[in-house]
Design a binder for this molecule. Sequence first.
Ligand code: SF4
Length: 328
Amino acid sequence: MTPFSYRRPASSMDASALAALKGHKLLGGGTNLVDLMRKGVEHPTTLVDVTALSSEIIEMEGGGLLIGAAARNSAVAAHPLVRAHYPMLSRAILAGASAQIRNMATVAGNLLQRTRCAYFNDPAASRCNKRQPGSGCDALEGFNRYHAILGGSPGCIATHPSDMCVALMALDAQIHLAGSAGTRIVPLADFYRLPGDSPHLETTMEIGELITAVEIPASAMGQRSAYRKVRDRASYAFALVSVAAGVSMQDGTIEDIRLAFGGIAPRPWRALQAEAALRGGPATPEAMAAAMDAELAVARPAAGNAFKVELLKRTTAAVLLELTGDRS
Ligand code: SF4
């Protein structure tokens, strides 16, 4: 590992000033960044420890939650308000990583974790446009079972690895940012970039900005919500596909719906077309199949992951049938 220095600022503005400096990287729980430093993917000159920033989980006036950026994943999953009002989020977090990693990992770190593409993580022997812009992408013709079927580009087909962020996408979360120009709030839907021809740029954050909190608006869909993850082994594995869903029903009709997918795109994928097709209609297998056909019409699987299209359709239908079934 390349030698580095360590700073621990007391305020978000001090952290922001340090984050703007060349070679400085923000350190949360370190569960991803330290791994990448060991592998030679990341070479920060200075780690800026931001775990002293807010880790509070606060109920907002009028409903909704404000989760401090330094809140540990395990604390969020176990929080009574999250479990009562956003069970989908609690389940998504518990579906990720291991208990030890969840105890260390922070909410902001979860949002900003890097892809687990094997070629990205192998600087000694692999070409990767995300790690080294313009160098090529060994995943395109290589082992791409875990890669994207939606949102990729000829430059990169990596997937975003988070489970938590899939639930946050379905919950219309907003990201609170602080930087030298002040503070701002960005919808999670606008937070991640698709790779296009610059896969090394992953978010819309400015240089020197940092995440201070995640806001989740009040939701009426908490009681009919679910997160389901399909993976190669029962625990400690990234998603092949995952589905976060919440619905509200009125007389057998889907009154409203939130649907997001993981494991299939460079960012947590909000299924707006499927939502629009299902909203106001019957909760039938036929309607769900038609909605997923619409959502996946632009899917572009690679040679090794065409199975994800059908797997995602079936997983989504199973989740929605369970959520929309008679609960009387
Ligand atoms: Fe790199 Fe993206 Fe290609 Fe993986 S898919 S090797 S992250 S450019």
